[in-house]
Design a protein around this ligand. Structure first.
Ligand SMILES: [Ca+2]
Ligand SMILES: [Ca+2]
Length: 306
């Protein structure tokens, strides 16, 4: 079913690329629905207001996960597709584990419906797509417009996902936001919704989106993973230092301070060795400005498919 819906969505998106004005809830105006983010309660963090959460990493030996939900505010009752894309620019915070909505956020009495909730992780962006199976029915015979959530979409989230903060995250503020403009590559999907028009066509638009959620981290790391010589760079000098110190271990000499042992163990396996050294070299060769360690929690460009 998921695969079928996926194919269906792709076909709908293509068909709707050019379309006349869509039906609106407020006639005569350009109507856009709104996607909202909400921080859910959790034991490991403090919600200070609707867009702000504080995480204290003092003494933490494991990451902290903040639960965040996506809600839809729509009065048009003519949406056939919603595809929120969430992003955090900083790899210390990883977006993952979208949970299936329950129940699926559609009025199942009006139409057959489908829900495609796979997620792909790339550039630390979370991709989710929902669709009604409008391709399977003649909307003009359905007798009423497509309704996503019945009375109000604020009643329950479209989806809840996790923002996981590494315990080695430096103090500071980290933003999670709806991606509405392409930032990383020309083909990057962005947050969009698709309207079903009265004439049977479809129109894709970028919806209004709520303010970013800010995660404020305190008690976090005061060192940079990989920067074993603390010169502000993660490069071949650090790699060489790790290989040297590792070789000295074989002679019974422990060359590193406690801090250096933390800095050197970039894959988090409790040792500093040639794997950490080579990882630093790979990072140094591939990283672009703004990229950061740690590698052990996530790697560049990996795909996560649910
Ligand atoms: Ca260094
Ligand atoms: Ca290691």
């Amino acid at each position: 079913m998921k695969k079928l819906i996926s194919i269906l969505c792709a076909a709908l998106m293509t068909a709707a690329a050019v379309s006349p004005a869509y039906s609106t809830a407020e006639s005569g105006s350009t109507y856009l629905p709104t996607l909202n983010l909400k921080i859910e309660e959790g034991a490991d963090y403090t919600i200070t207001d609707s867009t702000h959460v504080e995480v204290d990493l003092s003494g933490r030996v494991t990451p902290v996960s903040v639960d965040i939900s996506v809600y839809l505010d729509d009065t048009s009752a003519s949406l056939c597709n919603v595809s929120p894309k969430l992003k955090c620019k900083d790899n210390h915070v990883r977006l993952s584990s979208p949970a299936d909505p329950e129940p699926c956020a559609f009025d199942s009495t009006a139409q057959p419906f489908g829900c495609y909730t796979s997620a792909a992780m790339k550039y630390n962006t979370l991709n989710v797509m929902y669709t009604t199976a409008v391709g399977m029915v003649d909307i003009s015979k359905a007798g009423k417009p497509l309704v996503w959530t019945g009375d109000t979409s604020d009643a329950y989230p479209l989806i809840t996902f996790k923002a996981t903060i590494s315990q080695f995250t430096p103090d500071g503020d980290y933003e999670i936001y709806f991606l509405t403009e392409k930032e990383d590559d020309p083909d990057q999907p962005i947050t969009q919704v698709t309207f079903y028009n009265e004439d049977g066509t479809r129109t894709i638009v970028t919806p209004n989106v709520s303010s970013p959620i800010t995660i404020s981290v305190k008690g976090g790391s005061d060192y940079t993973l990989g920067d074993v010589n603390s010169d502000g760079m993660v490069d071949s000098a650090d790699s060489s230092l790790i290989l040297y110190a590792n070789a000295q271990l074989a002679n019974g000499n422990d060359e590193f301070t406690a801090l250096q042992k933390l800095q050197a163990d970039v894959n988090g396996d409790g040792m500093y060795d040639s794997i950490d050294a080579s990882t630093i070299l790979i990072y140094n060769a591939q990283a672009t400005e703004g990229d950061i360690l740690p590698f052990y929690l996530w790697e560049r460009d990996f795909e996560l498919t649910k």
